[in-house]
Design a protein around this ligand. Structure first.
Ligand code: ATP
Ligand code: FE
Ligand code: MG
Length: 333
């Protein structure tokens, strides 16, 4: 099968062609990061307009690079949600138009399902597995017994991990997006400052990062009031350690609870060197197979959507032309 994927849930306009669910033929990503940087975050209206301007070109380029035509395709898969509604709608409309014009079945894909399938494009996923998806908008632990089957084990109750990185970076007056800057700064410091870990209820696999963010702000504020200075590198290292410790601990706990052998890491925060190192170390120690896709597949892209969409296509889970963008689409209906 040959599936075209389309992704426009946030600030990347992307289209890709994937063969048999796991062979990447093309993956075109047009990022809007530069456009949003001066606003310090993604501006929804600006994102939608950009998607409109780019989408047709990006789809054509994905077909060209894969050296296929519309007629060769088996299905069109598109991110249905979650995401910014105005942004999602551009992809959904484009997918419907292509599906109608080329007579192709239409598949709606959940964005988080896509993130997990990023790992499938490197080496076929081995089920059952647990996935930790940590990005600018999501922090979730998902259990997958087999293809196309998902169970949510935990999620953030407030800020996403990436969002916490970006907010703390802003407090430290680092550029947007702040995650990579905190990561770099943390390497120069030591985790000497006392910051909280949000474990929540003893058996909970949920996350919470807003308290940590507030603790960082309070720490800076109090130091300033006392006329003391805080070492930014130490603060970055302490903050990162707190986030990483909770992410790693809960991911390992989820793997143990579900008794699986494979852990998949996905989402933009998987670029974080502290998270990679600590998760690798713990997985090795515990005999867990850890899969971290390359970075260009960890951040938003359409190849992961095409891959996840292939397994819906194989089960004939098609959408009609009434397919709508759903900003808070649940992973399991
Ligand atoms: P979505 O949740 O819809 O995927 P998104 O586009 O914001 O939204 P990604 O593009 O997957 O998410 O990831 C971007 C996030 O990852 C940002 O919050 C960014 O700060 C964070 N990030 C990127 N590199 C690092 C890093 N080295 N350390 C920590 N965080 C990082
Ligand atoms: Fe994403
Ligand atoms: Mg992004």
């Amino acid at each position: 099968s040959l599936v075209l994927g389309i992704e426009t849930s946030c600030d990347e306009t992307s289209a890709a062609v994937v063969q048999d669910g796991h062979i990447l033929l093309s993956n075109v990503i047009s990022s809007q990061m530069e456009v949003h940087r001066r606003f310090g975050g993604v501006v929804p209206e600006v994102a939608s307009r950009r998607h409109v301007e780019r989408i047709t070109m990006v789809i054509q380029e994905a077909l060209d690079r894969a050296e296929v035509t519309q007629e060769d395709l088996s299905a069109v898969a598109v991110t249905q949600g979650p995401g910014l509604v105005g942004a999602l709608l551009i992809g959904v409309s484009a997918a419907k138009a292509l599906s109608f014009a080329a007579g192709l079945p239409l598949v709606g894909v959940h964005h988080i399902a896509g993130h997990i399938y990023a790992g499938h494009l490197v080496k076929p996923l081995r089920f059952p597995l647990v996935a930790l998806v940590a990005s600018g908008g999501h922090t979730e632990l998902i259990y997958m017994p087999s293809h196309n089957r998902f169970e949510r084990l935990g999620r953030t109750r407030d800020d996403a991990a990436g969002e916490a990185f970006d907010k703390v970076a802003r407090v430290l007056e680092l550029p947007y997006p702040g995650g990579p800057h905190i990561d770099r700064l943390a390497k120069k410091g030591n985790p000497t400052l006392d910051l909280p870990r949000a474990w929540l209820e003893p058996d909970s696999l949920d996350f919470s990062f807003s308290g940590l963010k507030s603790a960082v702000i309070n720490l800076l504020h109090n130091a300033r009031q006392r006329g003391e200075s805080v070492d930014a590198a130490d603060l970055a290292a302490s903050f990162q350690e707190s986030v990483v410790e909770v992410l790693v601990e809960k991911a390992i706990r989820a793997v143990r609870e579900k008794d699986v052998e494979e852990l998949v890491l996905a989402g933009g925060v998987s670029a974080n060197s502290g998270l990679r190192n600590e998760l690798s170390r713990r997985c090795q120690q515990e005999g867990i197979r850890l899969r971290i896709p390359p970075l260009e597949l960890c951040t938003d892209n359409a190849a992961m959507i095409a891959s996840a969409g292939t397994y819906r296509h194989l089960e004939r889970q098609y959408a009609g032309y009434d397919l709508n963008a759903v900003p808070n689409l649940p992973l399991v209906p």
